[in-house]
Design a protein around this ligand. Structure first.
Ligand code: FMN
Length: 316
């Protein structure tokens, strides 16, 4: 029987038309460039792996310290350190084929042309069926801020959309409050096939004896448990406000450590769930979360996790 052969068959999902073996996705930048997580977990436990964000040119990243432990999570200002698109295509892409997961190519840059260049290079790559635009990194000092408003967002998404004909296009948003729905609507209108939310939240940790920041760069991005509930709130508001009616899937991302938090993202309206900071200290988490989710789907009398997407009961 197929259920005996695959106890997690109820977790199979489809993200913007791409079939995934499960809803748990490793977040951009938290598992090396692409395949390094295979050293500490079975990639088959991840429905997809998101690559490090890749820019046109190689980037050395910010000065040390780049990460700091803080009470409710982790602070980082890595500064988009990456090998650049040419080395990625020549050196990393050939290693993706044969891995037992799906890859999402993450793109970053300073200007519209940077995003177009990297996305266009990813588009024909068969092992990158999904492309994610990181438009929301809080800790790189130069470049335009594409999430300042719907017009800025629509411009970059629209230009990339025109250059991407093969892959599905995901747009990664930062934590937004009143503007969450209009910004998501602008991304969808400009051609996004899916939305990822959230990126890290701008944060500053101060060593009061030295009167300095704990990070070399100064400000950084907060991730981990502290960001989970705000992320769930944004997923719910965007799903109910625009994504559900537009038929656009969401990857809920932020602070997931246990299956209950992944289930909360699903009920809030996420089709898939990202996991980042937790991978640094608990690489067994995806496997455990899959087990918990499969049990939850059964306990909810559902045949498939898709039946639970957006099924939060919330007073009007
Ligand atoms: C060390 C580190 C590096 C990151 N690098 C990237 C990156 O290259 N591109 C990106 O879109 N997000 C990056 N992120 C953000 C994560 O993908 C994710 O949005 C965020 O950490 C929230 O999820 P989490 O709480 O599960 O970690 C990074 C996060 C961390 C902690």
């Amino acid at each position: 029987m197929s259920t005996m052969a695959d106890p997690h068959s109820s977790l199979k999902t489809s993200l913007a038309g791409v079939q995934l073996s499960g809803p748990i996705i490793s977040a951009a930048g938290t598992g090396g460039t692409a395949t390094e997580l295979a050293d500490v977990l079975n990639l088959a436990d991840l429905g997809a792996v998101t690559t490090k964000s890749i820019t046109p040119e190689p980037r050395a990243g910010n000065a040390a310290m780049r990460v700091a432990d803080v009470p409710a999570g982790m602070l980082n200002a890595v500064g988009l350190m990456n090998m650049g698109v040419e080395a990625f295509i020549d050196g990393t892409v050939p290693t993706l084929a044969g891995c037992n997961t799906t890859f999402i190519g993450s793109v970053a840059g300073h200007c519209v042309e940077d995003y177009v260049q990297v996305a266009a290079a990813f588009d024909p790559v068969e092992s990158l069926p999904l492309i994610e635009l990181n438009l929301s990194c809080p800790n790189s000092s130069t470049g335009r801020r594409f999430t300042d408003g719907p017009a800025e967002l629509a411009e970059v998404v629209g230009e990339v959309r025109a250059a991407v004909t093969n892959s599905r296009l995901l747009v990664k948003l930062p934590l937004l409050f009143e503007t969450a729905v209009p910004m998501a609507a602008a991304a969808i209108e400009a051609g996004a096939d899916g939305l990822t939310m959230i990126n890290t939240i701008p944060a500053l940790s101060i060593d009061v004896d030295d009167r300095t920041s704990r990070l070399g760069f100064g400000h950084g991005g907060l991730s981990g448990p502290a960001v989970h509930l705000p992320a769930v709130s944004m997923v719910q508001r965007v799903h109910a406000g625009v994504a559900r009616d537009a038929g656009i899937p969401i990857i809920g991302l932020g602070g997931v450590r246990r299956w209950e938090q992944a289930a909360a993202f699903i009920l809030a309206g996420a089709t898939a769930v990202g996991i980042g900071t937790t991978l640094y200290h608990d690489p067994g988490a995806p496997r455990r979360i899959n087990r918990g989710l499969a049990r939850w789907v059964r306990d909810q009398n559902c045949a498939s996790i898709g039946e639970l997407v957006g099924q939060l009961r919330l007073a009007d």
